[in-house]
Design a protein around this ligand. Structure first.
Ligand code: GAL
Length: 785
């Protein structure tokens, strides 16, 4: 057995709705005295003996909101939360009870036990074996609870969680429930706490000086001595440097933080192209026995923000090409399996994005792991600009949780606090939070996302990096007036587009899929990016948003249930603006024509054709006839007004003397479904999974751009479907098909199904069928690690 264990408690939970206003339906929660005595013996819901056998069996991550129907209502916050019946006005679907049983062998009775919840939305009260252990007010940053004194070594151990989502924290879809992982940490009584390691480094020429801060705690009821040392390995486990063994004497229930330094010769720096991660192994020994050993991945990098010259990573100038994102995805809401984090970050990275702003809350730990591994810088954000003990505690938990992540390069202390950002409250709160940040993480600095123009007051007076939400027109003036304060576009652009739609449609609530429409406070992609690209004093900026997200329908409301600010839709399917950003954010050859060429009702009528490309010149041809050659202005796009006739629209681009070609064709009617899995092999660990993207195509294999056929999914083998989506921001079809019949209509030619692996090593088959079309089978190999 290992010295310590981190055991996943994700499986086999029981779930039941409570009730926010009917006491009987809330399992008598407010009718029984749950806090009179320690350990509640009465037959209450928190008692271990309470019978939950009829409750719904679920695994976490679990978001109960994604399963609720869409409800048209004028209720406050309904639209912003995606028209889902959650919040105080929906008492019957806003309280969730969770129960989980497990056993612990008697032989472990000298250990320390800790429950770790990575994220529960929200206001979660937690009991363990009838003992109240704590409340986590935050829906975003997790918490841990020492439950050593309450373990039952003789039989059942029961965790009970009451989740109260009657109050919102944001103005966007937030989901509800235990939507991140749950762990049981078992350690010796002399141990390194969860956030007890802080690794940071200074680059000195080719070498790096790595500082390892190790906190050790003694929960024994006697003074304890231990020896502590650490070593750094490369990613293959080869030891590169080792500290001396240091004796640490710990009083009863005392902790101590040891600071040790190591030199790494020829340090391989963490960068966007080579996100190299070292490991620190921290060892605590008592006598000859290892009592705790942890592994922390870390990266070595230098970061410099220059108010005139811009941002430098490892001394190399980089423009921040960022996206803002909320955490939900099609089909699964905010309960993302880990592989979905990698899927989403990979899509952003492929577009050329190099930074992710976790707007406006603590991200899931596995998202940061994906960013560490894939090379994506993270702007890590605190939910609220508030320095009350509750929010200071949240901020400290956020920093201590995330400060070892190579990807995190900057903190954000808040976003658009219109009531205080320009006054003395905002300034004082910011100063308090900044002092806390500098204390807990002197290696980084902070920004704040202000929706203010050239205004130097409140938070802006004290924030090290001025963040601009929109108002890109004011950046130059602000820079002129404050030459020493670096500037970052914390929210930029914000074109609203519906994938594959080319005409404004106020009934279905769609907007054209081009860089045209934006809210009054925002701008087009080309407006902000040209300024950011051309002016060195811009560190860069973050587009609002990378992916569409549920809630905040703009500019329309119902039937629109999700936003369409995304460069990619909720499934991650690219919209046309994707090719604008990719043209100017990568060095790849890009040549993309829009719209599609299926317009039977428009023969003889004019159509605006857009070409997104980074070629120097582009010539457009309709059915072989040239429509003229145009020169591409950098950070721009080209447009032709073309009289429609069916056939082939072809573009030839010239880039550094090379020829690039692409075309769109009028397709025949749909004949077939095709499906592409993002990988061919999954691990039989019950957690891994695969995203399958479906297209409706014609007899020549060309995607039919207007197809809306209903597609059905049948899986065989030990796996399950966990969600479906199609990117239609006005679709009210279920993302979870409760009756087991999994289906989703295509939206403009595409839909998506998400599969989660089982635990048996057996091949999986996904049959994808649609009435009147020939079907397809996707085979996936399910294997052991
Ligand atoms: C910003 C805000 C974002 C989002 C966006 C929509 O003001 O910070 O969270 O609401 O507007 O345009």
């Amino acid at each position: 057995m290992n010295a310590q264990e981190k055991i996943s408690l994700d499986e086999d939970w029981k779930f039941h709705f409570g009730h926010a206003s009917n006491l009987d339906k809330d399992f008598d929660y407010s009718k029984t005295a749950l806090l009179h005595k320690s350990n509640v013996f009465a037959t209450t819901i928190v008692n271990p003996k309470f019978v939950d056998t009829t409750w719904k069996k679920i695994n976490v991550p679990h978001d109960w909101v994604v399963e609720l129907p869409f409800v048209k209502s004028e209720q406050v916050e309904m639209d912003s939360h995606g028209y889902k019946p959650v919040g105080g006005a929906y008492p019957e679907t806003s309280i969730g009870w969770y129960r989980k049983h497990f056993t612990i062998e008697k032989s472990r009775n000298n250990k320390r036990f800790e429950l770790q919840f990575d994220g529960i939305y929200r206001n979660a009260e937690i009991w363990f074996n009838g003992f109240y252990v704590g409340t986590n007010f935050s829906g975003y940053v997790g918490n841990s609870y020492d439950v050593s004194d309450y373990i039952n070594f003789e039989g059942d151990n029961v965790i009970v969680v009451r989740v109260d989502a009657t109050q919102y924290e944001g103005w966007f879809y937030e989901g509800a429930g235990i939507y991140r992982h749950v762990w049981l940490n078992i350690t010796d009584k002399v141990f390194i706490p969860e956030d007890g390691i802080f690794v940071h480094s200074k680059v000195k020429g080719k070498n790096a000086e790595v500082t390892i801060e190790t906190t050790i705690q003694n929960n024994n009821l006697k003074n304890s001595n231990c020896f502590v040392y650490s070593y750094i390995t490369d990613r293959n486990g080869k030891i590169l440097a080792k500290t001396s063994k240091q004796k640490v004497a710990l009083g009863i229930r005392k902790d101590f933080t040891l600071k040790q330094k190591l030199n790494l010769n020829n340090a391989r720096l963490w960068s966007l192209e080579d996100p190299y991660l070292y490991r620190v192994i921290s060892v605590v020994k008592s006598g000859n026995q290892i009592v705790h050993q942890t592994k922390t991945r870390f990266g070595i990098k230098t970061v410099q923000f220059d108010a005139n010259k811009g941002f430098f990573l490892n001394g190399k100038k980089i423009k921040i090409q960022g996206t803002n994102n909320h955490q939900d995805h099609a089909g699964i809401g905010s309960a993302l399996p880990d592989y979905m984090q990698y899927y989403r970050i990979k899509l952003l990275k492929e577009m050329g994005s190099n930074s992710y702003r976790a707007s406006h809350n603590a991200p899931t730990p596995e998202l940061l792991e994906a960013c560490d591994s894939l090379g994506m810088l993270v702007l890590d954000e605190q939910r609220l600009l508030n320095s009350s003990p509750e929010y200071v505690d949240q901020f400290k938990r956020l920093i201590k949780r995330d400060r070892n992540h190579a990807s995190v390069f900057l903190w954000s202390i808040g976003n658009e606090e219109q009531n205080i950002q320009g006054n003395d409250y905002g300034k004082r709160i910011a100063q308090t939070l900044l002092a806390i940040q500098e204390d807990l993480d002197p290696t980084r600095t902070s920004t704040y996302a202000a929706d203010m123009a050239n205004e130097f007051k409140g938070v802006n007076e004290v924030i090290p990096i001025r963040g601009f939400n929109y108002r890109e027109f004011a950046v130059a003036d602000y820079h002129r007036d404050h030459l020493n304060q670096p500037l970052l576009g914390t929210e930029m652009g914000s074109t609203v587009t519906t994938r594959g739609i080319y005409e404004k449609d106020s009934i279905r609530a769609y907007v054209p899929d081009q860089d045209i429409t934006h809210p009054w406070w925002a701008s087009k992609a080309e407006t902000w990016w040209k300024l950011a690209a051309q002016n060195d004093y811009w560190l860069g900026g973050y587009v609002w948003t990378g992916f569409d997200y549920r809630g905040e329908p703009t500019p329309y409301k119902w039937p629109n249930i999700s936003s369409h600010f995304g460069i990619l839709d909720v499934c991650g399917f690219p919209k046309n603006i994707y090719y604008y950003y990719k043209s100017w954010w990568t060095n790849e050859d890009i040549l993309h024509i829009s719209p599609h060429w299926n317009w039977p009702e428009k023969v003889g009528k004019p159509i605006d054709v857009w070409v997104n490309s980074n070629a120097d010149e582009v010539e457009l041809f309709l059915n072989g006839k040239s429509l003229g050659k145009k020169t591409m202005e950098r950070n721009s796009h080209l447009q032709w007004n073309v009289t429609y006739e069916p056939g082939t629209l072809e573009a030839i681009g010239y880039k550094n003397g090379r020829k690039l070609t692409t075309k769109v064709e009028t397709t025949n009617h749909a004949t077939k479904v095709v499906a592409v899995a993002d990988k061919t092999t999954v691990l039989a660990d019950g957690k891994d999974g695969v995203v399958v993207n479906v297209s409706i195509v014609d007899d020549k294999g060309r995607e039919v751009p207007v197809a809306d056929n209903m597609v059905k999914f049948y899986i065989s083998g030990d796996a399950k479907i966990i969600g479906v989506g199609n990117g239609d921001p006005s679709s009210h079809e279920p993302d979870k098909c409760a009756d087991g019949t999994w289906q989703r209509s295509a939206f403009n030619g595409k839909c998506q199904v998400i599969i989660q692996a089982g635990k048996k090593i057996e091949d999986l088959k996904l049959e994808v069928k649609s009435n009147g079309l020939s079907s397809t089978v996707v085979e996936i190999n399910q294997k052991n690690k």
